[in-house]
Design a protein around this ligand. Structure first.
Ligand SMILES: [Zn+2]
Length: 79
């Protein structure tokens, strides 16, 4: 004979599994994109500390700074 506790436990487990499955769909893992390991500017390896601080970084700190200066200049002059 099936106990009421068994039935309730089964339902709770099923609901918990459904909630976990929905959360997985709603929030995909943030590490799906492969982080850049080589700088897009100079080709040198991006230091692990920078990659950790800026997971989406595609340039090393020096190249990023130079890139931002160029972007600002381009924005100012409209060239
Ligand atoms: Zn660089």
């Amino acid at each position: 004979m099936t106990d009421i506790v068994d039935i309730v436990t089964e339902r709770i487990e099923a609901e918990r599994a459904a909630i976990v499955a929905r959360r997985r769909v709603a929030r995909p893992a943030p590490t799906t994109a492969t982080p850049a390991t080589a700088c897009a500017g100079c080709g040198q390896p991006i230091p692990p500390a920078r990659r950790q601080a800026r997971p989406g970084a595609i340039r090393c700190a020096g190249c990023e700074a130079a890139h931002e200066v160029r972007q600002a200049r381009r924005h100012r002059t409209g060239v």
